[in-house]
Design a protein around this ligand. Structure first.
Ligand SMILES: NC(=O)c1ccc[n+]([C@@H]2O[C@H](COP(=O)([O-])OP(=O)(O)OC[C@H]3O[C@@H](n4cnc5c(N)ncnc54)[C@H](OP(=O)(O)O)[C@@H]3O)[C@@H](O)[C@H]2O)c1
Length: 274
């Protein structure tokens, strides 16, 4: 009997790589967009999922819903550099190299330019550390063993395209995400790895609720008034659902995402059109 490697045509090879079981690592999987993404991708029985966040118990509950044979939790605190190393090692020793890395975890906080207090500096630093610096370190570690046809997907924001008074740390972090996406797309293309961002506008999660509550308090008006005002300027006058962001991430993981790299794709109910 003849032995040796069977050579598939390039198109069939791509299809075979896309269809095989994937190890998908999701940061910020304990709630919001990360949870919705974990639940959606968990419907595909051949994927193995790593759910990473500080809230171990919440992630564990989601893993139990998906099935603990396919989904497991690692503790991750993006404020803590050592935690990044430990999370990637734990995920790889359980499920092998990461095929798809979804860098979704993030925080938002007010950082007024005229706040000269030590707390102001700490907040600025903590937003950049979580959303950018340690997220980048995590990407480096997970990409080190990432196979051909891998995907790195950031959850950025439409605020990566515009300025917002009093919110410069968050806005800068999301602009920087697009810098990473565009640079890493070049660096990793020779290894067959695609790097993109989905950039949501308002999404109905805890983060959006907290941001609108802060605005309402600042202006001394009811929360409902802020919500109506924010959404009335959009062509589609509602918040996106976390599941709608998850659907787009799912598309980018699949074969349809193979010729897309270095892009930031808005899911914003039309709030931004550039
Ligand atoms: N909601 C919006 O309107 C909106 C709009 C544009 C962009 N986004 C972006 O979408 C992403 C997800 O946001 P979301 O709306 O789903 O927010 P969310 O409901 O507040 O969830 C944030 C997630 O990030 C995790 N996280 C926060 N700090 C962390 C840390 N130090 N280490 C590890 N994980 C941490 C949280 O988990 P633990 O607390 O358990 O650690 C949680 O799972 C963020 O990058 C955000 O900037 C959101």
């Amino acid at each position: 009997m003849a032995t040796g490697t069977v050579k598939l045509p390039q198109s069939e090879l791509q299809a075979a790589l896309a269809a095989r079981a994937k190890h998908i690592f999701i940061t910020g999987a304990s709630r919001g967009i990360g949870e919705a993404t974990a639940r959606l991708l968990g419907e595909e029985k051949n994927h193995r999922l790593t759910l990473a966040a500080r809230s171990y118990t919440r992630c564990l509950g989601i893993c139990m819903d998906i099935g603990t044979d396919r989904a497991h939790t690692v503790r991750l605190d993006l404020q803590d550099e050592q935690s990044i190393d430990e999370a990637v090692v734990a995920a790889e020793s359980r499920n092998g190299p990461v095929d798809v890395l979804i860098l979704n975890a993030g925080i938002n906080a007010q950082t007024p330019f005229d706040d000269l207090s030590p707390q102001g500096r700490a907040t600025f630093r903590s937003v950049l550390t979580t959303n950018l610096v340690h997220t980048y370190f995590l990407a480096q570690l997970a990409a080190a063993h990432m196979p051909q046809n891998g995907r790195i997907l950031f959850v950025g924001s439409v605020l990566g395209r515009m300025g917002v008074p009093g919110n410069s740390a968050y806005v800068a972090s999301k602009h920087a995400v697009m810098g990473l996406v565009r640079s890493l797309a070049h660096e990793l293309a020779p290894r067959g790895i695609r790097v993109n961002a989905v950039n949501p506008g308002w999404v109905d999660t805890q983060m959006a609720h907290d941001a609108m509550t802060r605005m309402a308090e600042h202006r001394g008006v009811p929360l409902q008034q802020v919500q109506t005002q924010m959404l009335s300027s959009q062509p589609i006058r509602r918040m996106a659902k976390p599941q709608e962001v998850a659907q787009y991430l799912k598309f980018l993981i699949g074969p349809g995402g193979d010729c897309i790299t270095g892009q930031g794709i808005d899911i914003s109910c039309g709030s931004v059109m550039i």
